[in-house]
Ligand binder design. Structure first.
Ligand SMILES: Cc1cc2nc3c(=O)[nH]c(=O)nc-3n(C[C@H](O)[C@H](O)[C@H](O)COP(=O)(O)OP(=O)(O)OC[C@H]3O[C@@H](n4cnc5c(N)ncnc54)[C@H](O)[C@@H]3O)c2cc1C
Ligand SMILES: O=C(O)[C@@H]1CCCC=N1
Length: 388
C-alpha cells in the first residue's frame, strides 16, 4: 500500500469524533484519510468501552438543541448499517431541588418540550426501586435518554467510512504537520498532503497542535471507570429497565456522579465520578489516584443499597477538559484550512454524529448548521459558566 498521497482532507485521530468526521466527509465524496497512532480498536484514549450515556438533559439549551438532530443522525446510522447502537433507558437526574444545576436542567427540558417525568418523594421508590433519594433532592427522568454502545459505534462508523471509499491507516502516528494551502502531514510511516486537515486527537490535541504553534487550555485527567456488584444480580439491570442516572451534587461531592444500568458485565453496574487526576496521556497508568473511589463508596453505601460498596472492576479512560467544559469546534486561528475538534470534557460521545457533521462543514468552508460561538477558541480570553 502507498505511504504517501494526496487527499481532499486528512483527519487525525480515529476516536469517536475523528471517525464521524471522516465518515461525513466521505459521504460528501471527499477523498479522505483517517490516521490513527494505535492499532484499532484500542483502549488508550477517550472513546473505548462498551457504553456511554445519551441524553437531552443539559443545563444549556444549545446542547439540548443539538441533541434533537443528533438523535436522528444516530438512528440514521443504525438504519444504514443495520446495527443497534442506542437503547432507550431514560436518565434519572437527582440533585438538591433548589440548586442551580438541578433547576437549570429541569428548565432546559421544559423549555425544549423534552418528554420528562418528575418524581416526587412519595412516588419515587415505586418507580425507582433500590435507590435512596436524599432529603431535599429533586428527581426527574429524561425519558428520551439511554445507552449508546460505544465500541460498536466506532466499529460501525469506521466500517461505513471504508465502504464509502475512505482510507484508514492505523498504527501510524502523526509526527509533524506543515501548514500551508496544501497541508503536509508526516507520520511514522509516510507523508501525505491534503487541501484541509481536521485535528481530533483527544487527549493528545496539544501535543499535535504544538506543530502548528497553538496551545489550548486543555487538561487531561484519568477517570477511574468503576463497576459495582449487585447484591441481587440484575436488580439495576438494563433488562429490568433500570435507567442511567446523574447525581448533580450530594453530601459526598459537589462533582457529578453518574451511572449506567448493568449490562456489559452481568451483575455489575457502572458508577463513576465525573472528574479525575491530571495525567499525561502517554503516562496514564502511572496516575494511581483513587480518592474519587472513596467518595463513590460513601455515596453508593448511602444511595444504592443494592450494590456492594467496593468496586469489582476498575478500568481507565481519559477526559480532555476545557476550563468551561464546553467543546472546541473551530478553525485554527492562523490557518483556515486546519479545523480543530477538541476538549470534549467527558460528555462528547453522544454528540459524535453532529460533531462529525459540523467539523466536516468547517473543513469544507460551509456555514455550520449551528451557532458555534460557545465552542470558539477566542472564548478562552473571557470567563464562562461550566457545562454538566
Ligand atoms: C469514563 C468516561 C465516561 C464517559 N461517559 C460519557 C457519556 O456517558 N456520554 C458522553 O456523551 N460522553 C462520555 N464521555 C466522553 C466521551 O467518551 C469523549 O468526549 C469522546 O470519546 C472524545 O472523543 P475524541 O475522539 O475527542 O478522543 P479519543 O477517543 O481519545 O480519540 C482521539 C484519537 O486520536 C488519536 N491520536 C492522537 N494523537 C495522534 C497522532 N499523533 N497520530 C495519530 N493519531 C493520534 C488517539 O490515539 C485517539 O484514538 C466519557 C468519557 C470517559 C473517559
Ligand atoms: O455525558 C454524560 O452523559 C455523562 C454523564 C454526566 C457526566 C458526564 N458524562
Amino acid at each position: 500500500m502507498s505511504t504517501s498521497g494526496d487527499f481532499d482532507c486528512i483527519v487525525i485521530g480515529a476516536g469517536v469524533q475523528g471517525s464521524f468526521t471522516a465518515y461525513q466527509l466521505a459521504k460528501k465524496n471527499k477523498k479522505t484519510l483517517l490516521l490513527e497512532q494505535f492499532v484499532l480498536p484500542h483502549s488508550r484514549g477517550s472513546s473505548h468501552g462498551q457504553t456511554r450515556i445519551i441524553r437531552k438533559a443539559y443545563e444549556q439549551n444549545f446542547y439540548t438543541h443539538m441533541m434533537e438532530e443528533c438523535y436522528e443522525l444516530w438512528a440514521q446510522l443504525e438504519r444504514e448499517a443495520g446495527v443497534k447502537l442506542y437503547r432507550q433507558t431514560g436518565l434519572l437526574v437527582m440533585g438538591p431541588e433548589k440548586s442551580e444545576n438541578y433547576q437549570n436542567i429541569k428548565d432546559t427540558l421544559q423549555t425544549n418540550k423534552v418528554p420528562m417525568v418528575v418524581l416526587t418523594h412519595d412516588i419515587f421508590s415505586q418507580h425507582i426501586p433500590n435507590v435512596n433519594l436524599a432529603k431535599g433532592d429533586g428527581a426527574l427522568v429524561d425519558t428520551t435518554a439511554g445507552v449508546l454502545f460505544a465500541d460498536r459505534t466506532l466499529k460501525t462508523v469506521q466500517g461505513q467510512f471504508q465502504k464509502l471509499g475512505g482510507v484508514i491507516r492505523d498504527n501510524e502516528k502523526v509526527t509533524d504537520i506543515k501548514p500551508g494551502p496544501v497541508v503536509r502531514v508526516s507520520t511514522s510511516v509516510g507523508v501525505y498532503h491534503a487541501k484541509s486537515l481536521v485535528i481530533t486527537a483527544g487527549p493528545w490535541a496539544n501535543k499535535l497542535l504544538a506543530n502548528t504553534g497553538l496551545q489550548l487550555p486543555l487538561e487531561v485527567v484519568k477517570i477511574n471507570v468503576c463497576y459495582w456488584k449487585e447484591k441481587v444480580p440484575g436488580s439495576y439491570s438494563m433488562k429490568q429497565r433500570f435507567p442511567c442516572f446523574v447525581q448533580t451534587e450530594c453530601l459526598e461531592s459537589k462533582v457529578h456522579i453518574y451511572g449506567l444500568p448493568s449490562n456489559e458485565y452481568p451483575g455489575l453496574m457502572k458508577v463513576c465520578y465525573h472528574m479525575g487526576s491530571k495525567t499525561d496521556p502517554d503516562q496514564r497508568d502511572l496516575q494511581k489516584d483513587r480518592s474519587d473511589i472513596e467518595i463513590l463508596q460513601h455515596y453508593i453505601a448511602r444511595c444504592f443499597p443494592g450494590l456492594i460498596p467496593e468496586p469489582a472492576i476498575v478500568e481507565s479512560c481519559l477526559y480532555t477538559l476545557t476550563p468551561d467544559h464546553h467543546f472546541v469546534l473551530d478553525y485554527h486561528p492562523a490557518y483556515s484550512n486546519i479545523v480543530i475538534g477538541a476538549g470534549f470534557s467527558g460528555h462528547g460521545f453522544k454528540f459524535g454524529p453532529i460533531i462529525g457533521k459540523l467539523l466536516c462543514e468547517l473543513s469544507l468552508g460551509e456555514v455550520p448548521s449551528y451557532d458555534l460561538s460557545p465552542f470558539h477558541i477566542r472564548r478562552f480570553q473571557s470567563k464562562r459558566n461550566s457545562a454538566l
